[in-house]
Write a protein that binds this ligand. Structure first.
Ligand code: ADP
Ligand code: 5GP
Length: 213
């Protein structure tokens, strides 16, 4: 049987990478992770072919022209894209493929593959998001502010188009929720109130000036 395609998105620092790593470690037979191409520079500890394939803008644009991506998008000044050939080969081999990508690309995937499951990860609160971003220590203060602005402007608006929204508070519970969302056995709840609260919190943090970066 052909494997499923699952898209995981969420605010920078919400814990997407942590959730996906845990899912793959716990259930290595069930899932594979798509490795994207990007024009962003590697962070400390990131490896070619493991975290991303790091390429130049020229190379990336050539590959867009050659139809090599399922989707691609620009995020915070860099290109990111999902390689088509690898993902379809894995699905044909019966693997469930996970795409950890941002919102514009996720919606392109849904158009092209309507059966794809779209999951959006939020932190329990926006203050916790800021704590996690600062704790990760991998971006400059300016980069963190840009990522919060992207969250406020673009991601809050598009998260309503996702099939599921999951709160990453207790990591183990969150991983099991994601697993049942991909399997199609998760019981949906009304998330309208959650989306409104998260949107308000992020606006307040950005407008209050309390974020001394
Ligand atoms: P993303 O991939 O969404 O940008 P990461 O997976 O890098 O986010 O997580 C951001 C930071 O938050 C990391 O330092 C990670 O260890 C931490 N983190 C992730 N999930 C949780 C959680 N459930 N509780 C507390 N901290 C978490
Ligand atoms: P980061 O710079 O933190 O690694 O990634 C920035 C954003 O780009 C994250 O939201 C991440 O999920 C997303 N991203 C990573 N790979 C891809 C991809 O192939 N396509 C798209 N559209 N987004 C991606």
């Amino acid at each position: 049987m052909e494997g499923k395609m699952a898209v995981i998105s969420g605010f920078s620092g919400a814990g997407k990478g942590t959730i996906v790593r845990r899912l793959l470690e716990t259930y290595p037979e069930d899932y594979v992770l798509s490795v994207s191409k990007t024009t962003r520079k590697p962070r400390k500890g990131e490896e070619e072919g493991v975290h991303y394939f790091f390429v130049t803008r020229e190379r990336f644009e050539e590959e867009i022209g050659a139809g090599k991506f399922i989707e691609h998008a620009e995020f915070n000044g860099n290109y990111y894209g999902t390689p088509l050939d690898w993902v379809t080969a894995q699905q044909e081999a019966g693997k469930n493929v996970i795409l950890e990508i941002e919102v514009q690309g996720a919606l392109q995937v849904k158009e092209r593959f309507p059966d794809a499951v779209l999951i959006f990860v939020t932190p329990p609160s926006m203050r916790e998001l800021v704590r996690r971003l600062l704790g990760r220590g991998s971006e400059t203060p300016e980069d963190i502010r840009n990522r919060l602005e992207i969250a406020a402007v673009r991601e809050c608006r598009l998260m309503t188009d996702y099939d599921y929204i999951v709160v990453n508070d207790d990591l183990d519970l969150c991983v099991e929720d994601v697993r049942s969302m991909i399997a199609g056995t998760y019981e949906k709840t009304d998330v309208t109130g959650l989306i409104a609260r998260i949107s308000d919190e992020i606006q307040n943090i950005l407008e209050s000036g309390e974020l001394k970066l």
